[in-house]
Design a binder for this molecule. Structure first.
Ligand code: 13P
Length: 253
């Protein structure tokens, strides 16, 4: 069982279509959320909605994350958004290295630079790792190991302990095919053991590891029972009702 306070992040991706809908969704999620529930709830809307949503929850009952961040703090980088800008709006977490961004060409080196930028501004990086396919040969462990090693290469133990690792097998994203609780438990242990090897036992324990990939109200309790510290939810986070059911599934009985 996880010893961390559970963390549930809704990655809205390129949704919803208007600022009004984004506000309405955030309000609906907040309404269903019990005050003082022992869970950290985060929504990650598209950039243009961030300011509205941080204003909606000034006490941080629902925290707001960004879906990406640029590695530099300022300068001639048309279209980019810096960690300082996000922090100034009240953003607290940032998703980095999502597979949908890696598919657009983002490299491990860029992921590491973005993580450093986020940490400079005290934003919590939620770094995504995960294999494209599972073929029974065990190659998925090698893929995840390379991603975790690349992430760890530039980080002190203290910096690493502040990070959240999101294990998101790409084959499970948006497909309705979630990893089984056994798969998830195995990968969770694998990542923790690797971190213990690269750092030490205490650091390996402190990093939060969450799961993403077709998390739904129906599978959330079983997946959480596999020891994960929470979830990174895509499609099911676009409905306040299903997102809330997932939140309920991670609360202590
Ligand atoms: P789905 O929950 O829609 O599979 O998406 C997962 C994801 O990519 C969250 O970042």
């Amino acid at each position: 069982m996880s010893t961390h306070k559970p963390l549930v992040i809704g990655n809205w991706k390129l949704n919803p279509g208007t600022a009004a809908e984004a506000k309405a969704l955030c309000i609906a999620i907040r309404k269903k959320l019990k005050k003082d529930a022992p869970v950290t709830v985060v929504v990650a809307p598209p950039f243009p909605y961030i300011a509205d949503l941080t204003r909606l929850s000034p006490t941080g009952r629902i925290m707001v994350a960004a879906q990406d961040v640029f590695s530099e703090d300022s300068g001639a980088f048309t279209g980019e958004v810096s960690a300082g800008m996000l922090a100034s709006l009240g953003v607290t977490q940032v998703i980095i290295g999502h597979s949908e961004r890696r598919a657009m060409g983002e490299t491990d080196a860029q992921v590491a630079a973005k993580v450093a930028a986020a940490l400079r501004r005290k934003l919590t990086p939620v770094v995504c790792v995960g294999e494209t396919v599972r073929d029974g040969s065990g190659s998925h462990f090698g893929v995840v190991e390379a991603q975790v090693r690349a992430l760890a290469a530039g980080l002190t133990a203290r910096a690493l302990a502040a990070i959240v690792i999101a294990y998101e097998p790409i084959w499970a994203i948006g497909t309705g095919k979630n990893a089984t609780p056994e798969d998830v438990e195995e990968m969770h242990l694998f990542i923790r053991t690797l971190l213990t090897k690269l750092y030490d036992r205490a650091t390996g324990k402190r990093v939060r590891i969450i799961y993403g990939g077709s998390v739904k109200p129906e599978n959330a309790a079983a997946l959480h029972g596999a020891g994960m510290d929470g979830f990174l939810v895509g499609g099911a986070s676009l409905s306040a009702e299903s997102f809330n059911k997932i939140i309920l599934a991670v609360l202590p009985a």
